[in-house]
Design a protein around this ligand. Structure first.
Ligand code: AP5
Ligand code: MG
Length: 223
């Protein structure tokens, strides 16, 4: 039997973490855990968490570590994570990486591969400015690279597509700046553990998922 997968997708805003995480959940039957999606849902529901997170998100800043670490611990404790998991958007800084390690230790679980999606800034800007998302099911689209068949309507569920509030030009710049500042120590950390794999993130969505799967299968151990 192959070992249970504990995947992390790293990469700048717009590098395709969410897009690829969804495909990996289908391939491996493991849940996608996206702190961004969880926070956006809380904002939509106007929960206490959502009200707290909203101002950070709209400025392109990170939501405080204690908040997101709590979210992740709660999520990783759910039964479906016993099959494995793919983390999308967490950890975002070295403090979160350390906290994650502590949580996984308690749960007798571990990270098996960290995939770092590499995409240049010009491409990121194009991807983020054209991104659209389904209000109902969260499916992601791009007006040019991955358009819905029917205008502003989701192919999967017929829901209305919308543009994320933080996909405005100024907020995109702030998010890219936060990423540039916080990411290098994370890369070093996972490199030091021998878990980091750089995957070229430019190409078609299908090409990229194949690259990721090849990387996973090439490094996956037997149980
Ligand atoms: P989050 O939601 O995680 O946003 P992000 O990291 O900025 O990443 P994105 O979701 O923008 O990009 P992605 O890599 O998922 O790309 P996607 O697949 O959509 O976080 C949002 C905010 O929440 C943060 O700013 C922060 O405030 C807060 N937050 C979240 N996690 C946190 C944490 N751990 N700590 C603190 N705060 C946290 O693709 C982008 C577009 O490109 C889409 O339109 C897609 O269709 C298209 N596309 C994808 N692949 C390709 C391809 N190969 N070719 C062409 N187009 C493509
Ligand atoms: Mg995302």
């Amino acid at each position: 039997m192959k070992e249970r997968l504990g995947l992390i997708l790293l990469g700048p805003p717009g590098s395709g973490k969410g897009t690829q995480a969804k495909l990996l959940t289908e391939k491996y039957n493991i849940p996608q855990i996206s702190t961004g999606d969880i926070l956006r849902e809380a904002v939509k529901q106007r929960t206490e968490l959502g009200l707290k997170a909203k101002k950070f998100m709209n400025q392109g800043e990170l939501v405080p570590d204690d908040v997101v670490v709590g979210i992740i611990e709660e999520r990783l404790r759910k039964e479906d994570c016993e099959r494995g998991f793919v983390l999308d958007g967490f950890p975002r800084n070295i403090e979160q990486a350390h906290a994650l390690e502590g949580i996984l230790k308690k749960l007798n679980s571990q990270i098996t591969q960290t995939i770092n999606l590499a995409v240049g800034e010009e491409e990121l800007l194009k991807r983020l400015s054209g991104r659209r998302i389904c209000r109902e099911c969260g499916e992601g689209y791009h007006i040019i690279f991955n358009p819905p068949t029917n205008g502003g309507i989701c192919n999967k569920c017929g829901g209305e597509l919308y543009q994320r509030e933080d996909d405005q030009e100024d907020t995109i710049k702030a998010r890219l700046a936060v990423y540039a500042e916080q990411n290098a120590p994370l890369i070093k950390y996972y490199q030091g553990k021998g878990l980091l794999h750089r995957v070229e993130g430019k190409g078609s969505i299908q090409q990229i998922v194949e690259r990721i799967i090849t990387t996973i299968e090439g490094t996956r151990r037997d149980d």
